[in-house]
Design a protein around this ligand. Sequence first.
Ligand code: ZN
Length: 194
Amino acid sequence: MIAWSGEAVEHRLLFAERHLSRDIRLAYPDPRPDDWACGILRARSRQDRRGQPLWRMLNVRRQWLAMLGGLCQVCGMTGRDPLTGRVWWVITETAFRAMSRDSGLTNAPPTCLACIPESLAHCPRLRKSSAVYTVTRAEPVGVLADTFTPGPEGTAIHTGHNVYVGFDEFAMHTSCLALQLVVRLEGMRREPIS
Ligand SMILES: [Zn+2]
């Protein structure tokens, strides 16, 4: 589930008119139907696992698949506990924003129970500011994105990095490049593991 250094793809972007409508939106010069997810342009990445693994830098597509499927970010198997039906989640300060006592936003996929010890042991930063939870539900609510504004002759000028863009913020959808899917976790419960 981790990214590999050979998978990075350089993004050359422009603002182009949409087919059959006159509005312009951010696009690749050689657009493909699978460039867009939920109406937002998504960063491309290769799938061939070349180069060196980069811990904690998730491949874009694998991050989305893990988030949508509730899959473990370490082994790729389900993060759902077969006994309780709850999904195991390691919550780190840097990848979490609380919304209420038992809900919040995160861009980090689940970590299954079997992988939690390895995950905590291998990443000192994780151990320092992390806690283990299970959740009842994880609903996609938006993306972390790079944002752009139109420049001369259709060029795209970079204006922001890792900006949260909600799926209901339609006005921003045409000018951002989605890097990671963000889900809202519900029914969060702290588990006695550390
Ligand atoms: Zn796992």
